[in-house]
Structures are given as structure tokens and as C-alpha cells.
Design a protein around this ligand. Structure first.
Ligand code: 5RP
Length: 224
């Protein structure tokens, strides 16, 4: 089954959780983009009044074009619900995110949301996290030394590029992708990674998710 059909199905289903007057976190990536376009249609039809906080500059532009009223996180404070995609998820609702390089703001939005919904196609479901390389957002000043340290930990770091240039996040930081497939204790690993000065955030979302809506063909399966 086409992954995009499953992304659309999961995105459409997630709107069942949105109520009038809610403050909504908007994730980033192609699955979240489907959700944002559908949400925009509901707002335009006049049936729904919500305000939203985007998790990336790209999402902000998309949401604005869809006619969704945006707030800064500071203006919103705590959000009622956040809907975002994922690169991998497991049976414990643990995620790897950051394939699109937006996991820092995504994690901040998730942390400030009362309820977190993840939408994904069935190809994102794994028994063990780590086939997808784990993104770390790093401060440029420290990145070379961080990579040396990660190499010493056996994590095979790769600096993310965009064409010939180094990839920059919305916060103008770098992304280093690492191999965590052999790691048995992701909680401990996450703790260790975040302790390295200059590592701003990891793409491990270990205890933020309340519900995962997975597209399965044109239908959906819910994990909670
Ligand atoms: C961006 C993310 C995205 O949620 C993740 O990459 C999934 O993207 P897509 O919905 O395009 O498959 O974490 O930082």
C-alpha cells in the first residue's frame, strides 16, 4: 500500500481529537502536512475555531496558507493537543523523530502539550528502534568534538548535509545522525547524549506520546 495513502488516513483520523476552541500543536513533515491541510479545510468551512503553534518554519508557512491562526508558544502557554509525525515507533509508543530536522521544536511543543498524538504510515512501525538513524541537534561550535566523542561511543556519527552545504535547523544548528540500533537501554543512552555539552536535543521521544494513529491501507489502527 502506498505510504502516502496511509499518511492521509492517519492525518484525517487525528482530527477526531480536535474540539472547538482548542490550542493545537502542529508537527512537521509530510504526514503532519496532510493533517494541517485537512485542519485548514475544517477551519475554512467555518465549523471549527482553533489556534495553533507550529513546530517549524515550514509548518508555520503551510498553516498560514491553510488559513489557520497561529500563536507563538509563549502566547499559547500550554496546548490542548499536539499532532505530529514520526520516523519510527515501537510497541511502547517510543519514537525516533527528526528526519526532517525539526525535532528540537517538536519536542518543545510536545512537552508543552497536554495530549500528544502521533500519526504515521505502517512503514514506521518497528519492533526495535534504530534502523532509522537517530538525529541529534548540535551547536556548530561544538559539533566536531561532539562527533569525535560519539565516534568513541561506537555510534558512527554522520554530519547531515543539504547538497554541498551543512544542513542547518530552524535554530541554525547542525544535525548529527547516529546509529543506535545495537543500543539496549535507550533511556540511559538518551540521558548520556543530552549530557554532552553542545548536544541541544535528541530525536528520541521516549515518554511523550499518548496515542499513535497508524494508517493501514485506507483505514487506521490506534495504539495507546
Ligand atoms: C521531522 C519529523 C517528522 O515527523 C518525521 O520526519 C516524519 O516525517 P514524514 O511524516 O514526512 O514521514 O520528525 O523532524
Amino acid at each position: 500500500m502506498d505510504a502516502d495513502i496511509e499518511k492521509k488516513a492517519a492525518a484525517a483520523k487525528s482530527l477526531d481529537w480536535i474540539r472547538d476552541g482548542m490550542l493545537v500543536g502542529l508537527g512537521s513533515g509530510s504526514t503532519a502536512a496532510h493533517m494541517i491541510r485537512e485542519l485548514g479545510k475544517k477551519v475554512a468551512d467555518g465549523g471549527l475555531t482553533i489556534k495553533a503553534v507550529p513546530s517549524s518554519d515550514e509548518t508555520a508557512e503551510l498553516a498560514q496558507n491553510a488559513g489557520i491562526q497561529l500563536l507563538t508558544l509563549e502566547e499559547a502557554g500550554t496546548l490542548d493537543v499536539n499532532i505530529d509525525g514520526a520516523d519510527e515507533f515501537d510497541a511502547k509508543l517510543q519514537l525516533i523523530k527528526g528526519g526532517g530536522g525539526a525535532h528540537l521544536r517538536e519536542k518543545i511543543v510536545a512537552h508543552n502539550s497536554k495530549f500528544n498524538i502521533v500519526i504515521a504510515d505502517s512503514g514506521k512501525q518497528v519492533e526495535r528502534l534504530g534502523k532509522f538513524k537517530l538525529p541529534l541537534e548540535t551547536i556548530p561550535f561544538a559539533t566536531k568534538n561532539i562527533m569525535t566523542e560519539l565516534d568513541g561511543m561506537g555510534l558512527s556519527p554522520v554530519l547531515r548535509k543539504k547538497g554541498d552545504d551543512v544542513y542547518r535547523t530552524d535554530e541554525q544548528n547542525y544535525i548529527v545522525d547516529i546509529d543506535v540500533f545495537e543500543q539496549n537501554d535507550l533511556v540511559a543512552l538518551n540521558h548520556r547524549l543530552i549530557q554532552i555539552p553542545g548536544v541541544v536535543e535528541t530525536g528520541l521521544f521516549l515518554d511523550t506520546t499518548d496515542v499513535i494513529i497508524m494508517g493501514k491501507g485506507e483505514d487506521t489502527v490506534i495504539f495507546e
